[in-house]
Ligand binder design. Structure first.
Ligand code: ZN
Length: 146
């Protein structure tokens, strides 16, 4: 079951410049930079109520965000939905005929489990399903760790 919008991922050329826009420009408070080698990105999360803006800078031109930036430029990259049980959400999506990029959960940022669903099966939007680790539900504040 989908609980809420977890975050919106935005592909950017420069984290530093983007943090100035979303942090200083809008008063959002950025987390420390985290690198996710599996997805070839560095990212910063900025809490917005129960959700977050996720700024993504590629660490490799051929990575998923690198390819997105070179073909489409900066912009909204994916929509992430928080689910209570990622295995169950994936099974439901599979039954409904959605095209899964990840057949099983993998490591996301900040100790989450994530799986992506192909935009061709979700009206053109890359979807990320996120299950937060226990005891970290909605933990967008303390220590900058979400
Ligand atoms: Zn994301």
């Amino acid at each position: 079951m989908v609980a809420r919008i977890h975050h919106i991922g935005i592909a950017v050329h420069s984290l530093e410049a983007a943090v100035r826009v979303y942090g200083e420009g809008l008063g959002l408070v950025p987390s420390p930079v985290e690198e996710v080698p599996a997805q070839q990105v560095k990212l910063v999360m900025l809490p917005v109520g129960e959700s977050r803006v996720e700024l993504l800078e590629t660490t490799a031109p051929e990575g998923p965000v690198g390819r997105f930036l070179s073909s489409r430029g900066e912009g909204v990259h994916h929509l992430a939905l928080a689910v209570e049980d990622l295995e169950a959400a994936l099974a439901g999506a599979r039954r409904a005929g959605l095209r899964l990029i990840d057949e099983r959960p993998r490591e996301g940022a900040h100790g989450t489990k994530v799986a992506f669903v192909h935009p061709r099966s979700t009206c053109g939007v890359l979807l990320e399903l996120v299950e937060e680790s226990r005891g970290d539900l909605g933990g967008a504040r303390g220590g900058g760790v979400t």
